[in-house]
Design a protein around this ligand. Structure first.
Ligand SMILES: Cc1ncc(COP(=O)(O)O)c(C=O)c1O
Length: 390
């Protein structure tokens, strides 16, 4: 049986580890050296130097991630944003145009709507729930379409198979940020995406102690993105790669539990009188529930809600939790609550947030893997009227 045919639960553990490489060690040690003897032959593509992503820990992390996502090749980067910006610059270049979903993660949306224009690159936003409108958004220069597997922060799940079909019909490169779903729940290459991006800072590492990113795809596409990464310099540090590799071993276990906790929290919040609206793709009333059920193996660990009492009630809620933590970011062991208007999407400005449907009272929740009874008790106490005093 080849490793490619193994399940993700097995691949995250064995991945590409090559025990021969380090004298039979099952865990690749951190190799800090950035300088290596060249030997007799010098092939410019394989010079071992930290910035060129050719160090043992960088190669191993990229290889394991490619295997987990079912991609031919991979590249690791210094952050999720390094993966996103390097990929879009490499694909679009001056004069290009990209179609994207809106809203996206705040920094990605800012990059697309503000920074790309400064580089002479155009963009158009599409409503992924209205496929009949996509064609009108194309221009002569459109080269790529970019979506998030589950969008940040409104948990929209596009019909990703249809996105791929559209991209192929119009000769576009299809790119997806799979951070929120994680490859445990969704492997976009299986539905035909060309490139999969990650903020490995989140679920892939999963321990809230690494900032990293990744790009996965065909060997040819990864080579051409690497040419840009080598020069732009957003390369991953070997120690971060080691921690990511360590974190990946438990990815399937962690995400399985986070899926369960998110669903239980979504149900609890839905039934609570203080909650006006819950957004979770695993709930039957979510507009994309059927699409998510068809495409995903699990509905993910991310949910959002709006409270009766709007922004003031939301601020009270996130300050009142005692087990969960009021903090940006996601995908770690701890259940995290944030108000996107003040954190991940603050940079967009009030008008862009309003256009995108992100209210000031929206609370985004990243389910951790604490005991669910403790989380439910914590949320109920924080939503109770007496928590006003805190
Ligand atoms: C969906 C998504 N993509 C990308 C990023 C950026 O990742 P990083 O902070 O690792 O640069 C984030 C960060 O929150 C995110 O939520």
């Amino acid at each position: 049986m080849t490793k490619a045919r193994l399940h993700i639960e097995t691949n995250v553990i064995h991945g590409s580890d090559d025990p021969g490489r380090f004298d039979g060690a099952q865990i690749t040690p951190i190799v800090r050296s950035t300088v290596f003897e060249a030997g007799e032959q010098i092939d410019p593509q394989s010079i071992r130097y930290g910035r060129l992503s050719t160090l043992a820990n960088q190669l191993e992390a990229a290889e394991v991630l490619a295997r987990i996502e079912g991609a031919e090749a991979g590249l690791v980067t210094s952050s999720g944003m390094a993966a996103i910006t390097t990929t879009l610059i490499a694909l679009l270049r001056s004069g290009g145009h990209v179609l994207t979903q809106r809203p996206l993660y705040g920094a990605t949306q800012q990059f697309v709507s503000e920074r790309l224009a400064e580089l002479g690159i155009g963009h158009g936003f599409i409503d992924v729930r209205q496929p009949e409108t996509w064609q009108a958004a194309l221009t002569r220069d459109t080269r790529a379409i970019y979506v998030e597997a589950i969008s940040n922060p409104l948990m929209v799940v596009a019909d990703h198979a249809r996105i791929v079909e559209f991209a192929r019909a119009h000769g576009l490169v299809s790119v997806i940020d799979n951070t929120f779903a994680s490859p445990v729940n969704f492997r976009p290459i299986e539905v035909g995406f060309d490139l999969v991006l990650h903020s490995a800072t989140k679920y892939l590492n999963g321990h809230s102690d690494v900032v990293m990113g990744a790009v996965l795809g065909s060997a040819g596409r990864i080579r051409s993105i690497k040419r840009w990464l080598d020069i732009l310099g957003g390369t991953a540090d070997p120690e971060a790669c080691y921690l990511l590799r360590r974190g990946l071993k438990t990815l399937a276990l962690r995400v399985g539990r986070q899926n369960e906790n998110a669903l239980a929290l979504a149900r609890t919040l839905s039934a609570h009188a203080a909650v006006a609206r819950v957004i979770y793709p695993g709930l039957p009333d979510h507009p994309d529930h059927a699409v998510a059920a068809r495409l995903f193996d699990g509905f993910g660990g991310m949910l959002a809600c709006e409270l009766v009492g709007g922004a003031a009630a939301a601020a009270r809620f996130v300050r009142s939790v005692k087990v969960a933590v009021h903090s940006a970011s996601l995908g770690g062991p701890e259940t995290l609550l944030t108000i996107p208007a003040t954190t991940s999407h603050a940079g967009l400005g009030a008008e862009a947030r309003a256009d995108a449907g992100i209210s000031d009272g929206l609370v985004r929740i990243s389910a951790g893997f604490e005991h669910i009874d403790d989380l439910i008790r914590d949320f109920e106490a924080a939503l109770a009227p007496h928590s006003d005093a805190s």
